[in-house]
Write a protein that binds this ligand. Structure first.
Ligand code: CA2
Length: 152
């Protein structure tokens, strides 16, 4: 049995679907979780899906994923642009790491142009709304399959 793919979500993403739908869409985080859970089954993986408004809790989830997971998808939300603690935690992980954003931060306010997380991630998927998560899962599964082929 494969270890699960961890999908981690940062602050305020629990409000998805309730405010600013013109930026973040109408889907709730629960809708996104259900869609990822359904979609990943066909690849033979399971997910652990978490959201926290607390930076240290996200660090704890990353540390858990280091040993209990096979890959990390992370939408760090506003911590993308501020958190050295999340960057350091991700640097200690030897797994595929996909940074996810619903919006396209590079085209928004200038403070969103900087991502600490990008420097620790394998790659970034942004700007596709809720689809960014399923595109990220596809990327993680491709990376995992390439890694296991390389070990054969
Ligand atoms: O586009 C993304 O996914 C972001 O990570 C979302 C973050 C933002 O700080 C990043 O720059 C880009 C904000 C998440 C806040 O989510 C809300 C959802 C509904 C209502 C208010 C905030």
């Amino acid at each position: 049995m494969n270890k699960p793919i961890y999908i981690l979500n940062g602050p305020n993403l629990n409000l998805l679907g309730q405010r600013e739908p013109e930026i973040y869409g109408y889907k709730t985080l629960g809708d996104i979780e259900n869609s990822c859970r359904d979609n990943v089954k066909k690849f033979g993986y399971d997910i652990v899906f978490k959201q926290s408004n607390i930076e240290g809790e996200i660090v704890d989830y990353i540390q858990e994923a280091r040993t209990a997971g096979c890959a990390i998808l992370i939408n760090p939300a506003a911590y993308t642009h501020t958190s050295v603690a999340i960057y350091d935690a991700l640097k200690a992980v030897d797994l595929p790491i996909i940074e996810i954003h619903l919006s396209q931060p590079a085209t928004r306010e200038s403070f969103r142009a900087q991502s600490y997380v990008a420097q620790a991630a394998t790659g970034t998927i942004s700007g596709f709304g809720a689809d960014s998560y399923n595109l990220g899962l596809q990327a993680a599964v491709n990376l995992l399959s390439n890694t296991s082929k390389a070990k054969r």
